[in-house]
Ligand binder design. Structure first.
Ligand code: SAM
Ligand code: SF4
Length: 331
């Protein structure tokens, strides 16, 4: 069987594609409020280019794909792209990460298509705190989307970045949502990908502190067995239908089992969230590369995959400090 294997013997079977850098929210940990130069349409990977890449890597064992952004539903004709993706041999799982502001009208169509894995980002379940973090007044829309998804047969995860002085009050009530709902709430350590280059030496609300905070309220929680390649440490409150997880995205404890690559809106292949990008596949395609040349270049990028996010960060040359906006990467 064909496989993509990195130099640390990890099988790469998962790609995350950011289809746009545009967003209608301005979550302050992700992007600046103003002055953003969004990518011009002709610089984005076209759907045809993306489909070509996905076809090539799925023939090499990639079986899982996540659509992200920016806000993926702001990209025109996303449903057209998803329908084409569904036809690709070997691609068994398609998941979507979304802010939920635009999803509602597409839910039925997505479920009919067999897409039922959603990560819905909601950093606060309090309207005022949500507004303060996202800097846009969309709470009701996102909450309605959550309510609608909760009623459906979907694999639903709620993503919340844990931010000092902003949404700590939400941790306990968000876990309470798992009492009657078979959902997973996932708390993500904040990373410095905010587009302004503000840095901190030490992350106060790291995965240990988040867990301690929840245990202080709920008592000892039940540790669940984490799936292979899981980035989250997963737990359950005894008696709750759903679960919660903590993603040590800044502490980077999960890199050893990394199975993924990323493709940015402009076609940069990233072997790690923290690297600067290995090469631009859009330029290679537009220069007339054949499928085997594209595959060779992807293999070579995977060959260079860093051991972990710390190594990737230490090898940055053009911008040694991590300061890009997450909308340009996809999270
Ligand atoms: N717009 C969509 C959304 O918000 O779900 C998809 C793109 S967003 C960049 C993907 C994920 O990255 C979201 O869950 C978001 O909370 C997370 N994210 C963005 N910036 C982050 C940061 N600086 N640290 C940790 N997570 C971040
Ligand atoms: Fe937009 Fe998602 Fe970034 Fe928030 S986290 S600004 S919703 S891309």
């Amino acid at each position: 069987m064909n496989q993509l294997i990195d130099k640390h013997n990890r099988v790469i079977d998962y790609i995350r594609i950011a289809v746009t850098d545009k967003c209608n929210l301005r979550c302050f940990y992700c992007m600046p409020n103003e002055g953003i130069d969004f990518v011009k349409q002709n610089k984005l990977m076209s759907y045809e280019e993306l489909l070509r890449v996905v076809n090539i890597i799925c023939a090499q064992g990639v079986s899982k794909l996540r659509i992200t952004g920016g806000e993926p539903f702001l990209r025109k004709d996303l449903m057209y792209f998803l329908k084409k993706l569904k036809k690709i041999n070997g691609l068994n799982k398609i998941a979507i990460t979304t802010n939920g502001t635009q999803l509602l009208p597409y839910i039925d169509e997505l479920l009919d298509l067999g897409i039922h894995k959603f990560n819905l980002s909601i950093d606060s379940i309090d309207k005022q705190r949500f507004l303060k973090i996202t800097r846009r007044d969309y709470f009701e829309k996102v909450w309605n989307c959550f309510e609608e998804l909760s009623k459906r047969k979907v694999d639903l995860k709620l993503n919340a970045v844990v931010i000092k002085d902003q949404n700590i009050e939400d941790l306990v009530p968000m876990v309470a949502l798992t009492k009657e709902r078979k959902i997973a709430v996932r708390f993500i350590e904040e990373m410095p990908f905010n587009g302004i280059g503000a840095h901190y030496q030490k992350l106060e609300w790291n995965y240990k502190k988040i867990l301690q905070h929840l245990e202080n309220h709920y008592g000892k929680v039940e540790k669940l067995k984490d799936e292979k390649n899981s980035t989250s440490l997963n737990y359950k409150i005894p008696g709750h239908l759903g679960s919660f997880g903590i993603i040590p995205a800044y502490s980077r404890t999960f890199c050893g089992t990394c199975n993924r690559i990323r493709l940015t809106p402009i076609g940069m292949i990233k072997s790690c969230l923290y690297d600067e990008g290995i090469f631009n596949i859009r330029d290679l395609i537009r220069a007339g590369a054949t499928d085997s040349q594209i595959l060779e270049t992807i293999q070579s990028a995977i060959g260079q995959k860093y051991k972990d996010g710390f190594e990737a960060e230490s090898k940055r040359i053009f911008s040694p400090l991590v300061n890009e906006s997450m909308t340009t990467i996809g999270g």
